[in-house]
Design a protein around this ligand. Sequence first.
Ligand code: G4P
Length: 539
Amino acid sequence: MTQPTGLSAPEVLTEARRRRTFAVISHPDAGKSTLTEALLLHARAITTAGATHGKAGRRGTVSDWMAMEQARGISVTSAAIQFEYRDAVINLVDTPGHADFSEDTFRVLSAVDAAVMLVDASKGLEVQTMKLFEVCRQRNLPVITVINKWDRPGAEALDLMDEIRRRTGLIPTPLTWPVGIAGDFRGVIDRSSHEFVRFTRTAGGAKAAAPERVSAAVAAADEGDAWLTATEESELLAEENQDHDEARFLANETTPVLFAAAVLGFGVQHILDTLVDFAPAAEAREDASGSHRPVGSAFSGFVFKVQSGMNASHRDHVAFVRVCSGQFRRGMIVTHAASGRPFATKYAQHLFGREREVADEAWPGDIVGLVNASALRVGDSIFEGDPVEYPPLPMFAPEHFRVVRSADTSKHKQFRRGIDQLDHEGVIQVMRSELRGDQAPVLGAVGPMQFEVVEERMTHDFGAAIRSEALPYQIARRTDRESAEILGHDRQVEVLMRSDGTLLALFSTVWRLRNTVRDHPELLLEDLATGSPEVAAAH
Ligand code: G4P
């Protein structure tokens, strides 16, 4: 394997071993923004709370780019934030925090090596918590579960463990165990050292206070029955084989659990330590042919996200690349696997929300933003030396459909360019048919929020406001030309061609789909969800 700069593989391996690349995921409102901020604060990546994820009314935001996001106080787009903690380099890849599910979240999860799943103590596992657990399972992504808001009244800790086990199939292996009930929270037992970590409030989580640790003997004297109950419960967990086991965690059989109150900064440092101690480092990634390219080999990576207009004063097009192997050096010439063409990486950046820093080098596990990389599409691989192509990112089955037109017919050119660009970025799936014509493409989304992003981007980035109308379909199935002919006679079904050339038959209800299959068993009507049918179909 060539290593063009004379750099030795051991150096790449050392850097890769230091990397921890993860995403925080949760049902909305579980505290994802709060925890992200607290993690950075504890790692000293930022100095004041509120600098990362501005909620409406909070101070300036770093990762919320679009005006719409700022107005709503949510993060629609993804940022990658890098910081050092102990001797590790941590890459925190942000996921959209809104109520809908979007394809973006799925893609981010293909670029990370672990996930921190936040659960609201009083709500337990919610709809999106379940969907996300399922995606992690399919991607073999190790999950660290954080039970958040433990400062407030909530469910019994043992009941929550039961719920996790029953509903996700993962065995919870708590690393800490609460002393005192939710609402009258005294602290946690660190189950590995048997010390007591006292719950102290740091107002607003604005200060990164070091947690106070005392011995079991002191805790027993101070906390009395609460300590006794907690230690008994902890022993019970040990008897039931619910202690952390690294191999089982990495094999996705167990999930380490931590109890936290992110808004008060409690448990946050333990999350960072858990990431460094237990989360996997960047490792060899499987390519499309099923072989693994070693991290020590020449540079390679894949695009998991493409984005334009991140900076209103500086319109550009950024392809986010997850480095899989080797050293990335700014200015290096790589090969774009899809076209076989050389690609210059002169403008590479690390992105810290809106702040950008020139990236001179990056290592396996890191995320680099390649600016003005308009040739790169989501899922594309780039490499140096021996060719490699990583598996395509799954396209999910759209469940929401709208037909769109340019609000101003004289702007058709801008309209066309905008729709193509958003398609290219993977913001939305674009479908067309001869019947509807080029002026009226149909957009398909996994979550309806994607349409709002389209509307906003079309108006502000492309100067082509749109009119749109919801279509009454909920289900898309892959079909072929022969079947499409027959389906064309059914007024209840519409067949469209997606921009990747896939023919999609759209149905309004499962009942309709079943009727069609019953009447025409010979038709090709395939489930679209490549490798993940349950998730795409789940509601
Ligand atoms: P999200 O990104 O997952 O949607 O959640 P976010 O961090 O915005 O948190 C949702 C709400 O939960 C916020 O309150 C936040 O302050 C609160 N919260 C987060 N962590 C904790 C915790 O550990 N304990 C308690 N008690 N609350 C927590 P909000 O009133 O919606 O917003 P804000 O005005 O407080 O920012």
